[in-house]
Design a protein around this ligand. Structure first.
Ligand code: JFZ
Length: 429
């Protein structure tokens, strides 16, 4: 029986808190229509019509080694793949459904290959598993609140047996936790209305998962949606409490704390464009410079960032996403020390950027191009030993000359009269 234990919890969270940066991968049949992973619900596509993608599915370029390499090159430390999304299609060889990749033209257990590839790169392995299943006849097919299938006769499946569904869902989770070696992150998605907690048989489910995978880190969506902290924040965790809060498409304004004011672990999942699943016409990609700053913001607030890619029907990560990943990687190569193992700075945010902290080390991220004396707000004169530029280790004088009468309480890093632009995105001291 699983019971919350603070020490065990902190221990299993160690690698994850150090990692700070991971890759989310949304991929499945919906990559063929290429209008996002909710396409079946949003467009109210009947099951029979959706099946055409199942008969067509044959991702000729699927090579998870390429995905894993791209993640690693970007400086990411873990990867989370949609083993099954809401449409119910399994990228793994499940005994409990015929709706799976091994029954398509491609005939492969895609999760097995993925797990091996990610591990081979030394990255932690995560799997996303949808609690919602639009394919299963015992699941009420009413979608979400924005796009309810509730009133659409095409989706009214009668005579449902909820217990059947829960047993089926638990069986699939058991397969995931049994057939693929060590799983480092399990990302359940998601709870809504009364579909929450024990409705999923959550205590039983988590007891099973934690027995099969004692070290696994579980998100909070067995008892929360994309909003809401879950019971870890209340100081009275349920047996199915989340190990981290999973804010979606938002970076929490002040980080996240529990009732006692202690920082909680969280992970902001963020898309590069406006869709999780591949969307052929969505070219609204965020610039890599913005994503880097957002990653730093997450770390400075004590959180992780899970950055999404949506590979296409052939299994290729879109070129725009590859470009963004490589640009982030270039910055990370020089500056990742200010990300890994870092967290809440605990000091005032300077107006030009953010501060991350690793023990006694403070990293001042200058998002603005800087020149002359830069105020290191939040620390007192005489309390620091030295200042170095992170990208090249070069010495930056502590500017005593600016500790003059006007600013007696402020330490300045004297970048000198010439503008210092080693990294125009985010220069780190
Ligand atoms: C969920 C999924 O529906 C979506 O397809 C994607 O996988 C994302 C990462 O997770 O999206 C949600 C879940 C909950 C809410 C909003 C989006 N919510 O409750 O506001």
């Amino acid at each position: 029986m699983y019971q919350f234990n603070r020490e065990e919890y902190n221990k299993r969270m160690e690698w994850y808190v150090d990692a700070r940066f991971g890759m989310f991968i949304h991929w499945g049949l919906y990559s063929i229509p290429a209008r996002g992973e909710w396409v079946r619900s949003v467009e109210e596509i009947p099951k029979e019509d959706y099946m055409k993608y199942f008969y067509e599915f044959d991702p000729k370029d699927y090579d998870p080694k390429k995905w894993a390499r791209a993640a690693k090159e970007a400086g990411m430390k873990y990867v989370v793949l949609t083993a099954k999304h809401h449409d119910g299609f399994c990228l793994f060889d499940s005994k409990y459904t015929e709706f799976k990749s091994t029954n398509t033209k491609c005939g492969r257990d895609l999760v097995a290959e993925y797990v091996e590839a990610v591990r081979a790169e030394g990255l932690k392995v995560g799997l996303y598993f949808s609690l919602i299943d639009w394919y299963h006849d015992d699941f009420p097919h009413y979608g979400d609140r924005q796009h309810p299938m509730r009133n659409n006769p095409a989706y009214t499946n009668e005579n449902r047996n909820w217990d059947n569904y829960v047993t089926f869902m638990h069986n699939q989770v058991r397969e995931i936790c049994t057939n693929y070696g060590q799983i480092d992150v399990l990302w359940f998605d998601f709870s809504y209305d009364d579909m929450m907690g024990e409705k999923w048989g959550a205590t039983k489910l988590v007891n099973m998962v934690r027995e099969l995978q004692p070290q696994v880190i579980i998100d909070n969506r067995l008892e929360a949606s994309g909003q809401g902290y879950g019971s870890l924040a209340t100081g009275n965790p349920t047996p199915y409490h989340g190990d981290f809060v999973s804010p979606e498409q938002i970076i929490p304004p002040h980080g996240i704390r529990d009732v006692n004011g202690d920082p909680l672990n969280w992970e902001a999942c963020i898309t590069m464009n406006n869709n999780w699943g591949y969307c052929a016409r969505d070219k609204f990609f965020k610039p890599s410079s913005m994503i880097i700053k957002k990653l730093v913001e997450c770390v400075s607030k004590g959180g992780n960032m899970l950055l999404n890619v949506g590979p296409d029907a052939y299994g290729n990560i879109p070129p725009e996403s590859m470009q963004i990943l490589s640009e982030i990687g270039a910055w990370m190569k020089k500056n990742s020390k200010s990300v890994y193992g870092c967290g809440l700075a605990g000091i005032e945010k300077p107006d030009y950027g953010r501060v991350t902290r690793n023990g006694n080390l403070l990293y001042y991220h200058m998002f603005e191009n800087t020149m002359g004396p830069v105020p290191l707000t939040g620390i007192k004169p005489g309390t620091i030993k030295k200042i170095r530029l992170l990208c090249d280790g070069s010495e930056v004088p502590i500017s005593d000359s600016w500790v003059h009468t006007d600013y007696p309480d402020i330490v300045f890093a004297n970048l000198g009269p010439d503008p210092v632009l080693p990294d125009a995105v985010d220069t780190v001291l």
